[in-house]
Write a protein that binds this ligand. Structure first.
Ligand code: ATP
Length: 234
C-alpha cells in the first residue's frame, strides 16, 4: 500500500467528522472515496494533506508518517490535492496557475511544466491566456495540471465532476485513468457521483457519517445492491 490511513479521527469542535477511518490505497491504484453530503469526504482529504489537524490516528505515505507535517511539507513528500471546485485563480494566466503548483519544489522546474503541457495539449495552446477564458472542464484540467507540478506520488481529487456536464465529467475521469497508466501515478477520487466513479476506478471506500461502511473492488461495490441503495443513492 502506498497510502495507508490508520484509525484517523477529525473533529470540528464537538462534531466528529471522521471516526476511526482506516483505508489503504495500492501503488498505481485508482481508488474512489464515496458517500453522501456531509459523510466526511472533504474532511478526509483535508486531514490527509495537513490542512486540517487529525485528532488521532496516522497517515502513512510509503511508510513515512505524515500526520503531523504542515501542508507544504506533505506536498513535497508526494501527496497533492486538487480541492473542490479546482481552486484555479482566474486573475492569473494558465502558466502562472501551473507554476503555483511547483512553488514548494526546491528549484524552478522547467521539466515539470513541459511534462504537464505534454499531458494536456489544450493547456499548452492557452499557456499565456487568462485562466478566466477556460471552460469548466479546462479549469479542472488546469487544477489537475497544477497539482502535478509538485511531482506527486499520490493525487487526491475532491469532486472534480462538480458543476460539469456528464460528457465533460466522463472526459475528466478518462483523463485520470490515462494519467494513471501513462505516469504510474496513484489516484484517489472523492466523488458524490458514485456510479460514474465506480465505473472508472478499481477499488472504492464508502463513508457514512464519518465512518467507512463498505469497501472493496469497484465492480463489487457496483453490484452490491444493499450498499448502493443505502449509501450511494442509485
Ligand atoms: P460534501 O460532499 O458536502 O463536501 P463531505 O462528505 O465532504 O460533504 P465534509 O465536508 O467533510 O463532508 O463534512 C463532514 C461533517 O463535518 C459534516 O457533518 C459537516 O457538517 C461537518 N463540517 C465540515 N466542515 C465544517 C466546519 N468548518 N465547521 C464545522 N463543521 C464542519
Amino acid at each position: 500500500m502506498i497510502l495507508e490511513v490508520q484509525n484517523l479521527n477529525a473533529s470540528y469542535g464537538a462534531v466528529r467528522a471522521l471516526k476511526d477511518v482506516s483505508l489503504g490505497v495500492a501503488e498505481k491504484g485508482f481508488c474512489a472515496v464515496l458517500g453522501a453530503n456531509g459523510a466526511g469526504k472533504t474532511t478526509l482529504l483535508r486531514t490527509l494533506t495537513g490542512l486540517h489537524r487529525a485528532a488521532g490516528g496516522r497517515v502513512l505515505l510509503e511508510g513515512e508518517d505524515l500526520t503531523r507535517l504542515p501542508a507544504e511539507r506533505v506536498v513535497t513528500r508526494g501527496l497533492a490535492h486538487v480541492p473542490e471546485g479546482g481552486g484555479v485563480i482566474t486573475e492569473l494566466t494558465v502558466e502562472e496557475n501551473l507554476r503555483l503548483g511547483g512553488l514548494w519544489r526546491r528549484r524552478r522546474d522547467r521539466v515539470a511544466l513541459d511534462e504537464v503541457l505534454d499531458l494536456f495539449p489544450p493547456l499548452a495552446q492557452r499557456i499565456s491566456k487568462s485562466a478566466s477564458t477556460l471552460s469548466g472542464g479546462e479549469r479542472q484540467m488546469l487544477a489537475i495540471g497544477r497539482a502535478l507540478m509538485s511531482r506527486p506520488k499520490v493525487l487526491l481529487l475532491d469532486e472534480p465532476s462538480l458543476g460539469l456536464a456528464p460528457l465533460v465529467t466522463r472526459q475528466i475521469f478518462d483523463l485520470l485513468r490515462e494519467l494513471r497508466s501513462s505516469t504510474g501515478l496513484t489516484v484517489v477520487l472523492v466523488e458524490q457521483n458514485a456510479n460514474g466513479a465506480l465505473a472508472v476506478t478499481d477499488s472504492g471506500f464508502v463513508l457514512n457519517q464519518g465512518s467507512v461502511v463498505a469497501s472493496g473492488p469497484s465492480a463489487e461495490l457496483l453490484s452490491d445492491d444493499r450498499t448502493r441503495h443505502a449509501y450511494l443513492g442509485f
